[in-house]
Every structure is written in structure tokens, then in C-alpha cells.
Design a protein around this ligand. Structure first.
Ligand code: HPA
Length: 269
């Protein structure tokens, strides 16, 4: 099936993209920036799942961004939708098989570090897998990667450094970096859980990303992660969390998100 999915996408786009960008909740406006964009609905791709999450369209878009060949994944899969972690990571295997080696994962996240505020963009320097699911569980295909992959540089430190150099040059200030903790969801956390997560070293929290990071690492791809802080995590501010707030905050930060991503693609891809 992997070969079939790969062949189908390549037959539609005709060239190998320089980079794949997975778009998080509310961050899909980047799609409008792609020149000569060609859209491929997931429903047409053999072996692809369909996305049920709000704010996730369910299509690949191929075209030019900052002059580079980019493939955008608009609509990702989450374990809270009921998908096994291996299925959530399946598109990443397809991208690698297409010949793509660089992956940018974006997400909406709750801020745990109290100095963060809604609208901040943060590079993910490391991840804590609190979803208790692993996409590599089960028999290992050695042609894909090792049984026990090393995870000590699963998010490329060099790539963050190079990107932050370009961002500082252009905008006067680099992005903060932080540790992202992945939970299963779909309920938001309790204030007590957030206090615990802060103690164990998490700076931001979300319900995605980790399974894609693990699969990409298995495949030895270079990975970058960017969290958009859409809300402060539970119990920090005196207000309830809502999906509406998350999607709105994502939309509000769209312009800045787009210029940051364009700079990263321009200078480091
Ligand atoms: N918790 C979990 N996932 C999220 C949050 C949050 O506060 N905000 C956006 N995604």
C-alpha cells in the first residue's frame, strides 16, 4: 500500500518536494500562500485515512513557497479520533518513500510555561510522549528503520539554530524553544495535571505531533516542530478552555506564522 500511496501522489505532482509541512489546528491559511498550488484530497489517495478533526481540511497541497517545492498536509490524524498511532504516522512513511527528507510539524498547543502567552510561536526542542501509544509497536520492518531507534536528536537542534539565526536577522528576535508534552485527549487537562506536567519539564501541551516525530525519526528524517500557543493550559488563567478559542487564536497568529514559515523555508530548506 505504501508504494501505491506514493506512486499516486508522485503521479499528481511530478516532482519531489524539498520539504513537507504538516499544518496544525487553525494554521491552514498557509495554503493560500502556495503558488501554482495543486490540491490532492486524501479521499483520492490509496491507503490514506480521512481527517475528522475540526479545522483540518483533509488534503495535500503541492506548489512553490519562497521559491521552494513544498508539500503541505492540511488536516492531520490524531489518536483521539480513534486511529492507531501507526496509522497517524502513515503519511510520514509515504513522504519519506517519495524521497522527502525534511519535515516541519506545526501544532496548536496550550502554554504551560507561565511566561508564554496566546499567539506565541515556539520551536519544539524536545518531546515527552504522554500519550502512552507508540507507532512502532508491533513487528519492525528493518527496511524502514531499526527496532529501537535513538530519540536523542528527534527534533533537529541544528535546524532550529539555523532557522533562529534567519528569524533573528529578519524580525530582530529568535523564537523561544520549549519541551512539548503529547497527551491522548480529547478532553483538555485538569489544572492538577498541568501542575504535574510543569514539574516534569513540559513547556507546552497538545494532542498531536509525537507519533509523527517517532515515525520520522525511525526513518531518519530531519524534523522541526513549531507550536502555536493558542491558550494558556488549564488552571493558569481563570477561564475555561474551548476549541473555539484554540481555532481563533490560530487564525489570529496566521500572518506572523506565515512569515516565520516562509523565512524558514527560504533560508533553511
Ligand atoms: N491542551 C491540549 N491540547 C491543546 C491545548 C491544550 O491546552 N491547546 C491546544 N491544543
Amino acid at each position: 500500500m505504501l508504494q501505491k500511496s506514493t506512486d499516486y501522489i508522485l503521479s499528481k505532482i511530478g516532482e519531489v518536494p524539498d520539504v513537507v509541512i504538516v499544518l496544525g489546528s487553525g494554521l491552514s491559511k498557509l495554503v493560500d500562500e502556495v503558488e501554482k498550488g495543486r490540491r490532492i484530497p486524501y479521499s483520492k489517495i490509496p491507503g490514506f485515512l480521512s481527517s475528522t478533526a475540526p479545522g483540518h481540511a483533509g488534503e495535500l497541497i503541492f506548489g512553490r513557497l519562497s521559491g521552494k517545492k513544498v508539500l503541505l498536509m492540511s488536516g492531520r490524524f490524531h489518536t483521539y479520533e480513534g486511529y492507531p498511532a501507526a496509522d497517524v504516522g502513515y503519511p510520514i512513511r509515504v513522504f519519506k518513500k517519495m524521497g522527502i527528507n525534511r519535515l516541519i510539524l506545526t501544532n496548536a498547543a496550550g502554554g504551560i510555561r507561565t511566561s508564554f502567552k496566546a499567539g506565541d510561536l515556539v520551536f519544539i526542542s524536545d518531546v515527552i510522549n504522554f500519550s502512552f501509544r507508540n507507532p512502532l509497536r508491533g513487528p519492525n520492518d528493518e527496511s524502514q528503520g531499526p527496532r529501537f531507534p535513538d530519540m536523542s536528536n528527534s527534533l533537529s537542534k541544528v535546524w532550529i539554530r539555523n532557522a533562529n539565526r534567519a528569524i533573528e536577522e529578519k524580525f530582530g528576535k529568535p523564537l523561544e524553544t520549549g519541551t512539548y508534552i503529547s497527551v491522548l485527549g480529547p478532553s483538555y487537562e485538569t489544572p492538577a495535571e498541568i501542575r504535574m506536567f510543569r514539574k516534569i519539564g513540559a513547556d507546552m501541551i497538545g494532542m498531536s505531533t509525537i507519533h509523527e516525530v517517532i515515525v520520522a525519526n525511525h526513518l531518519k528524517m530531519e524534523v522541526m516542530g513549531i507550536s502555536c500557543i493558542t491558550n494558556m493550559a488549564a488552571g493558569i488563567l481563570n477561564q475555561p478552555l474551548s476549541e473555539k478559542e484554540v481555532l481563533e487564536a490560530g487564525r489570529k497568529v496566521s500572518k506572523r506564522f506565515i512569515s516565520i514559515v516562509k523565512t524558514i523555508v527560504d533560508k533553511t530548506c
